[in-house]
Structure formats: structure tokens, C-alpha cells
Design a protein around this ligand. Structure first.
Ligand code: NAD
Length: 353
């Protein structure tokens, strides 16, 4: 029998080629007239172009966003918000720029317009992860959920093939864990299946044709769906492992998700056989874990934590941290198989249940 509770989240989404050009109109809808544009240093040129197109409505530019949203950077950005008297923020970029916009919203309640340029999905979630003194903490608050998201596939064309694949796997990870979430519901499971299929269709095209707008559009559509899944239900072992590994060894976010995902799925494969069959169906394979491992290999992704810079000696530390603060997962967390999971992921071995 079906039984579930589902809190749908508010938010406006405008999707399509050229949607970035509606940013001025979206500011008007929000009754805002002084935007602070946020970006990473790598996106400064595009942020400037956006500022020029907005004219007087662009109150300032802050291009100091970095991964994992350090509180020290947020403090500097909030000072800029106050000094230019901004009444909204526009985040242009991936999870790093978007995370900064969320951290500012938490402290100032400023409305957010977001123009995502990766597939990480943060724009659709009320989740904020911040770092201070080497510790990453995550919180959920509707205060950080962006008011408007403009998905423009043209903004993703410059995302290099290797980052497109890794970012796509990051999104697939949200969708996969949503299907076996403790608080899953049928609507989110439908979105998750569609998100996985969208990436399975688009990523092989993007690897060879990064400027293919149809494939870019399909991948961004998948990112929207997967981000919605992440915002709606709780995540399990995969996200916990990535949180631990990313925080402890400062590994690149999307690439780390790509390595871990097949192994985390394998760990849960026997606990949720029907759901895993349905994930495998979306991937177009017999076994979800092996199918994703083979897909990431075909797409040229790095498949080992070793290649991402994690030292072998770190495996034990990661195991102990992953087992701390127990959390819900379809299969109980057991030290020996978790150690084997991390060892395989470190070495780049195929996943095993
Ligand atoms: P990112 O925003 O750090 O971007 C990665 C790199 O790619 C950066 O150097 C950036 O400048 C560059 N880049 C981004 N878009 C580009 C484009 N279109 N063309 C060329 N270069 C481009 O990385 P990310 O993977 O998008 O986000 C990771 C961060 O987001 C992490 O801090 C993670 O914790 C956070 N995150 C948060 C949530 C949430 O719901 N709170 C969800 C997913 C990720």
C-alpha cells in the first residue's frame, strides 16, 4: 500500500535557451532594483557581461565564491552587500556561487536569482553547507531556497567535457539516492528516473560535442529534476561518504561523487532489489552499480579516489568518520563492508555488493 508525506517547495523556474536575458524582468517581478552579482573567480568575465547588460540594476560584483562556502568569504560578501545597498543577489555559476548566495540569504533575507552553469542542483534545495575552521556543517532552511532559477543551456556550453561528466554524475547521485530515501514519494521517484535517463542520453553526446545545445538542454533538464529530488527527500550512504571524504581530504566535489556512486549503490543493491532494478532500467543496464561504473569509464571519468589525490592511509580515517553519527540507509552500516567499499573506490576496482 502506498503511504507517504511530501512537502513541495516553492520557487519559480524559467528554462530555455536565452532565459538569462530575462534576469532584469525577473528582478522587476521581485520588486528589486540593486543586485549584487556573485561568481567564482573563473566566472568573472561572464559576471561582468551580465552586470553590463543589467546597467544600473547591477549594484556590484563579488567574484570571490569558492567551494564549500567558507564563512570567512560569506562575511566579506555580506559587507559588500551592505556597502552597495543591494536588495537581491544574482548567483552565476555552479554550487560554489550558488552556495554563497544562499549563505548571504541566510544572514540578510535577500531574495536570490540563480543562473546555474553546472549540474550540481543546489539551486533547487533549501540546503546550505558551510565550512568554518576546517569543519563542514549542513543545515536546511527555507530562508536559503532561491526565489528564481533561470536555466539557460547556453551558460553550460563552456563546461569542459570532463567536468560535464562529473557534474552529471553528481546530479545522478541525487536522483539515485532519492529513489531509496526513507521519506521517498512516488512523484520524486518519477522525477529521479527521468533525471537519470536524461543524463544517460545526454552525457555520451556532450563528451564529444560539448556545444550540442540539444544535449546541453537535456542535461540541464536532468539537473533541474535531480536538484528537485535532492531538495525534497533525505539522502543516504553515498552523500554521507562524499561529505566525509570531501571535508577530510578536500577532494573535488563532482569528481568524488562520480567515483563513489557505483560503490554506494552496490552496498545497497541487495537491500532494495526492486528499486535497484528500476534504476538499472533507467541506465539501460542489468545492474545499476556496474552499469554506472562502466558508463563513467566509457565517458573517460576518473574512477579512483587515488587519482583524485586521497592518500591510501586515509582509508581508515574515512571508515571511522563514515560510521560516526549513525544515519538512515537502506542497508545497515557495517564497518567491514564499508571499509571494503572505500578501499575499492580508492583503488578504482569495480563495485561489489
Ligand atoms: P563549482 O561551482 O565549484 O564549479 C566547479 C568549477 O567549474 C569552478 O572552477 C567553476 O568556476 C567552473 N565552472 C562552473 N561552471 C562552468 C561553466 N559553465 N564553464 C566553465 N567552467 C565552469 O562546482 P559545483 O560542482 O557546481 O558545486 C560544488 C559545490 O556545491 C560544493 O561546495 C557542494 O558542496 C555544493 N553543493 C551544494 C548543494 C546543496 O544543495 N546545498 C548541492 C550540490 C552541490
Amino acid at each position: 500500500m502506498m503511504q507517504f508525506a511530501y512537502d513541495a517547495l516553492p520557487g519559480r523556474v524559467v528554462f530555455g535557451v536565452g532565459s538569462r536575458q530575462t534576469v532584469g524582468a525577473e528582478m522587476e517581478r521581485l520588486k528589486c532594483s540593486r543586485a549584487l552579482i556573485l561568481a567564482t573567480p573563473g566566472h568573472e568575465a561572464q559576471a561582468k557581461t551580465l552586470g553590463q547588460s543589467l546597467g544600473k540594476s547591477a549594484a556590484g560584483l563579488f567574484c570571490g565564491a569558492v567551494m564549500h562556502t567558507p564563512v570567512s568569504v560569506t562575511r566579506r560578501a555580506v559587507e559588500v552587500v551592505r556597502s552597495v545597498n543591494a536588495d537581491c543577489t544574482i548567483a552565476l555559476g555552479g554550487g560554489s556561487a550558488i552556495g554563497l548566495g544562499k549563505a548571504i540569504a541566510l544572514r540578510t533575507d535577500l531574495p536570490q536569482i540563480v543562473l546555474p552553469t553546472t549540474y550540481a542542483g543546489s539551486e533547487m534545495t533549501p540546503i546550505l553547507g558551510e565550512t568554518a575552521e576546517g569543519q563542514k556543517t549542513t543545515q536546511r532552511s527555507q530562508k536559503v531556497l532561491p526565489e528564481v532559477v533561470l536555466y539557460d543551456p547556453e551558460l553550460t556550453i563552456t563546461l569542459p567535457p570532463n567536468l560535464s561528466v562529473a557534474s552529471g554524475f553528481n546530479a545522478v547521485a541525487h536522483a539515485v539516492e532519492a529513489t531509496y530515501a526513507k521519506d521517498r514519494n512516488p512523484m520524486i521517484s518519477l522525477l529521479a528516473k527521468e533525471a537519470i535517463s536524461a543524463f544517460v542520453r545526454s552525457l555520451p553526446i556532450l563528451v564529444n560535442h560539448p556545444a550540442d545545445l540539444l544535449a546541453r538542454s537535456e542535461a540541464l533538464y536532468g539537473a533541474w529534476l535531480a536538484g528537485t529530488c535532492l531538495g525534497a527527500v533525505g539522502m543516504s550512504l553515498h552523500h554521507k561518504l562524499c561529505h566525509v571524504l570531501g571535508g577530510t581530504f578536500n577532494l573535488p566535489h563532482a569528481e568524488m561523487h562520480t567515483v563513489i556512486l557505483p560503490h554506494a549503490i552496490a552496498y545497497n543493491e541487495l537491500a532494495e532489489p526492486a528499486i535497484m532494478r528500476s534504476i538499472a532500467e533507467s541506465i539501460g543496464t542489468d545492474t545499476a552499480s556496474l552499469g554506472l561504473y562502466q558508463l563513467s569509464g566509457r565517458l573517460g571519468a576518473k574512477r579512483s579516489l587515488r587519482e583524485l589525490g586521497m592518500p591510501e592511509i586515509g582509508i581508515e580515517k574515512a571508515v571511522l568518520q563514515a560510521a560516526q553519527n549513525p544515519y538512515w540507509n537502506p542497508r545497515q552500516l557495517e564497518l567491514v563492508p564499508i571499509r571494503e567499499l572505500i578501499r575499492r573506490a580508492w583503488a578504482g576496482d569495480p563495485p561489489a555488493p
